[in-house]
Design a protein around this ligand. Structure first.
Ligand code: ZN
Length: 601
């Protein structure tokens, strides 16, 4: 193959062995020895993943002649100096069923650019061609391709030639191939495709209509025209899964097939609402982080961690709007929205890590903390998604309150879009706070600084009261009580151990100052008896409920292979569970404020 441009050819060479073969043609290599590099992380997912570990072998050629190639660090190769065009061929092992890397078997193929396309160092600004090749064998005759990458000579949904204007664009268009289900809709004039891979019986009519509603609302929120001329939802439906990754003109989602709506189903159920929230979240990123970007992300350095203290806004505000868009468009009711909000508040309040780490610090350390959680994370990390969403809520309600409902967080998002996103200027650290103050037209720096750089709980009770909502706290009823709703069984708190326990009796987390921690129980301990009676993991919570608070009981557990006896003084479940209710006999002003907030007008 001779080409004028850098060209990649990706072939699902051996689907049953999960191997893609990739060739990168370089017409004008660096005469001092071309270097090639594979990213160590994928934008949107802040963790070092070392994609190069999946390159099985790599060879370089000029014509048919092998060229010497050496690895010079974990992710970089250097070819011997050459004046002739180079072809680098390598094999990539693809068996990661997530939205972040690559996956290939006889049922489908999926890849993200950072995990399969080597960067031609020094030429990363050059336009590239990409040939996506159909795997060999008649069983693959019906396979199609779904991607937002620009088609060159490839037919719609076909194998063949695609292109990108530089490396950054190349790796921001994930590709799905297989026998996926297709659906289409137009939102504000922009064609949108939905490609669903995996066994499913989704009601495409409902899915299409609901996604269209979400997309149109968001496009209008930021203002028409939409920043992309085409958008693709790549959905992988599995038995049990949840996740998504945002891209400039597409998103890769993984969900449980039960999350998708079925035919003849009446109301939207909880699972489907969660799916719509996920789709809404990733779509909102089309603006908030893919185009409105932290300064540190304007030019990604894919060789190492890129630090920003602003993920509380880029992930947090996105998390705030994902569900808010659903209630504003009528896809969920006001009551359902308040339940979800109560659950988010509960999630934040249950982690004592919120009292030790600010959301700014959590953003900065995402690489080593939020993305690499362990048994102690609940005691040491604040979730910048959930607390960031609540900061979004707090700022929205605050701005509405001080501007007599004339301004809101919507104006902050629009300003960020007009002044930064549209102009391709990165958002400097500290700038979002300034924009919030400008929009509010009053001094809010102390309030904002406390929310972002401090660890105090947000004053949500007062802020919610301004829109006629009472924030109620109670203790949890059982281990699957996620909050959001009033108690079913009255208000007496139950006795608890203060630990998270798996179904097989193993402690997975021990909470700060809980009964388990005070008695010396640790994560990893396997509880086998309570009060000298055998117990299984599932029964521990029910068994403990029958004891009075402050009762001392014996707990037997294995730590590794050693049996240890613990004297545990059972403590009351704390009031860490939130639900929201409309204040009875509320003032007219709060009704108006709430209506405007939830209607987005
Ligand atoms: Zn996100």
């Amino acid at each position: 193959m001779t080409t004028k441009r850098i060209a990649y050819k990706i072939t699902p060479k051996n689907p049953s062995a999960h191997l893609f073969e990739v060739t990168c043609y370089i017409p004008k290599p660096d005469i001092n020895g071309q270097k090639l590099f594979l990213p160590v992380w994928i934008p949107g997912s802040y963790m070092i993943r070392e994609f190069s570990r999946n390159i099985v072998w790599l060879k370089a050629f000029t014509g048919d002649a092998l060229v010497d190639v050496q690895k010079i660090d974990k992710a970089t190769w250097q070819c011997a100096p050459s004046n002739e065009p180079l072809a680098i061929t390598y094999e990539v092992y693809a068996w990661d069923l997530s939205v972040r890397a690559a996956h290939l078997d006889q049922t489908h193929g999926f890849f993200n650019g950072p995990s399969v396309f080597l960067m031609v160092l020094g030429q990363e600004d050059q336009p590239v061609d990409v040939e996506i090749v159909r795997p060999q064998g008649s069983e693959f005759d019906t396979w199609k391709v779904a991607t937002a990458m620009t088609r060159k000579s490839a037919q719609a949904f076909g194998f063949g030639l695609y292109e990108a204007s530089n490396y950054d664009e190349l790796i921001d268009h994930p590709v799905e191939m297989g026998n996926f289900t297709l659906a289409h809709f137009t939102a504000c004039g922009v064609p949108h495709d939905i490609a669903i891979t995996g066994k499913h019986r989704a009601n495409l009519e409902r899915l299409t209509a609901d996604l269209k509603t979400i997309c149109e609302y968001q496009i209008r929120l930021f203002g028409e025209p939409a920043p992309m001329d085409h958008y693709v939802f790549l959905i992988m439906a599995v038995g049990d899964g949840y996740g998504g990754l945002e891209h400039r003109a597409s998103t890769a989602l993984i969900c449980s097939r039960d999350d998708l709506p079925l035919k003849n189903e009446g109301e939207r159920n909880d699972k489907y609402r969660t799916f719509l929230g996920l789709a809404s979240h990733e779509y909102f990123h089309t603006w908030n982080i893919k185009r409105i970007k932290p300064e540190a992300f304007m030019l990604y350095d894919l060789t190492k961690e890129n630090y920003t203290r602003q993920l509380w806004a880029f992930e947090g505000f996105t998390s705030y709007y994902d569900d808010l868009v659903l209630v504003r468009t009528g896809l969920v009711s006001e009551e359902e929205y308040l339940t979800t909000l109560g659950e988010t508040i509960t999630r934040v309040l249950r982690g004592s890590g919120r009292l030790k780490q600010s959301v700014a610090d959590s953003s900065f350390d995402a690489w080593i903390k939020y993305y690499r959680q362990d048994e102690n994370s609940t005691n040491s990390i604040v979730n910048y998604y959930a607390k960031g969403a609540l900061i979004g809520l707090a700022l929205d309600l605050k701005i509405r309150a001080v501007t007599d409902n004339q301004k809101s967080l919507d104006d902050v998002m629009k300003t960020l879009w007009h002044q930064y996103g549209q102009k391709k200027i990165g958002v400097p650290e500290g700038q979002i706070e300034k924009i919030v103050e400008e929009i509010a037209g009053t001094e809010l720096s102390t309030f904002i600084a406390k929310a972002i750089y401090d660890t105090e709980d947000l004053p949500l009770k007062d802020l919610l009261a301004s829109v006629g909502i009472e924030l109620m706290m109670r203790s949890s009823e059982n281990t699957s009580d996620n909050g959001g709703k009033p108690s079913k069984n009255g208000s007496n708190p139950r006795a608890i151990l203060g630990a998270k326990i798996s179904n097989d009796g193993k402690i997975t987390s021990v909470y700060d100052s809980g009964a388990a921690q005070l008695a010396g129980l640790s994560a990893g301990d396997n509880i086998i008896a309570i009060d000298c009676l055998k117990v299984s993991g599932r029964d521990i919570d029910t068994r403990l409920k029958t004891y009075d608070i402050n009762t001392e009981i014996k707990v037997h557990a294995f730590r590794r292979d050693e049996l240890i006896e613990f004297n545990v003084n059972l403590l009351a479940a704390e009031k860490d569970t939130c639900y929201l209710k409309i204040i009875e006999k509320e003032e007219d002003t709060s009704i108006q404020l709430r209506k405007k907030w939830l209607a987005g007008s």
